[in-house]
Write a protein that binds this ligand. Sequence first.
Ligand SMILES: NC(=O)c1ccc[n+]([C@@H]2O[C@H](COP(=O)([O-])OP(=O)(O)OC[C@H]3O[C@@H](n4cnc5c(N)ncnc54)[C@H](O)[C@@H]3O)[C@@H](O)[C@H]2O)c1
Length: 347
Amino acid sequence: MNAPTNRIAGDAPPRHRHALVTGGAGFIGSHLTDLLLARGDRVTIVDNLSTGRADNLPPSHPSLRLIDAELSEAIPSLAGEGPFDEVYHLAAAVGVQLVMDDPIRAVQTNVVQTLDLLRFAASSETGGGTPVPTLLASSSEVYGKGSRSPFSEDDDVVYGPTGIARWSYGCSKAIDEFLALAYHRQHGLPVVVARFFNTVGPRQVGSYGMVLPRFVQAAVRGEPIRVFGDGTQTRCFCDVRDVVRALPAMLETPACHGRVFNLGSDREISIRELAESVVRVLGSTSPIVLVPYAEAYPEGFEDLERRRPDLRRIRDAIGFEPRIGLEQTIRDVAEAISGTRREGARA
Ligand SMILES: NC(=O)c1ccc[n+]([C@@H]2O[C@H](COP(=O)([O-])OP(=O)(O)OC[C@H]3O[C@@H](n4cnc5c(N)ncnc54)[C@H](O)[C@@H]3O)[C@@H](O)[C@H]2O)c1
């Protein structure tokens, strides 16, 4: 694709749409909500507040409505809340740790509720009477333990055995993708699949195994920073405020509909280097300790050495380029963790 219809290099123009954001009280969803409200949109959120928090959202905003409910239970009454001009489906049981703790709930949330949501979107129309552009939040975990680097959207995926619950997260997201693309083909739903790579920033919590908030929290408290394995495994971290800018841009670009996009940063850093950066940027005295995987996880755990996205497709489509550096993100996460200030719409 060489003629992008919607560049996001500059600031996006104001608009007045009505967006449905599932999981909007969560980490990524709340930053997306900030962005949409700042652009003049009305936002309706459905979130059961299982891992999300109401105080991730502005305390009272005339254009924001939070429905505190299980997504599947809320869907029958959503028609009365619309019409919606866009749907962002972010609600999910997120992260490998949560999935390993309660695999039944995780698979059910990620597959059954996505099917319900897609069915709802496909049977809805925007205020203008057209099909509702719908974004599905997928994950780099879909690539499973594929060994290619970087990962491109059309690469084969490789999973471990079904006896290891860890792989059910990636598989559940892959089924979501199959469903979303099938709804595009069979029902003409203008759907976009975004495979998020490691997304970081204020409001992310460390309790579900997310690495950066865990490290920052330890550094702020002067406690040991626990690096799993030998720390040579690498990841690419992208600030959430960069990530959410891409989402409306993809939905507004018809050439993105019916396609899968990697979304994140392609700058690689080892987990050991990440820990060292956190210590350096925050001037912490925390020691860095290596923890064997067998000690960190209850069942046989396979980690990936590298997980780097090929970003050519999203660059071509919408001109996506991350703007916020990792050091800035580390500082903002530390400020959010140690301060009482709500990290508002800084994007
Ligand atoms: N953070 C990352 O690095 C990352 C990476 C890959 C993919 N993702 C995807 O991005 C999306 C958002 O993730 P996040 O990091 O913001 O996590 P999060 O846990 O902060 O957000 C998920 C939100 O969904 C809500 N939720 C969960 N189950 C629900 C249900 N049954 N009904 C209604 N609400 C429900 C939670 O309360 C939470 O607010 C998810 O789909 C996740 O799989 C995130």
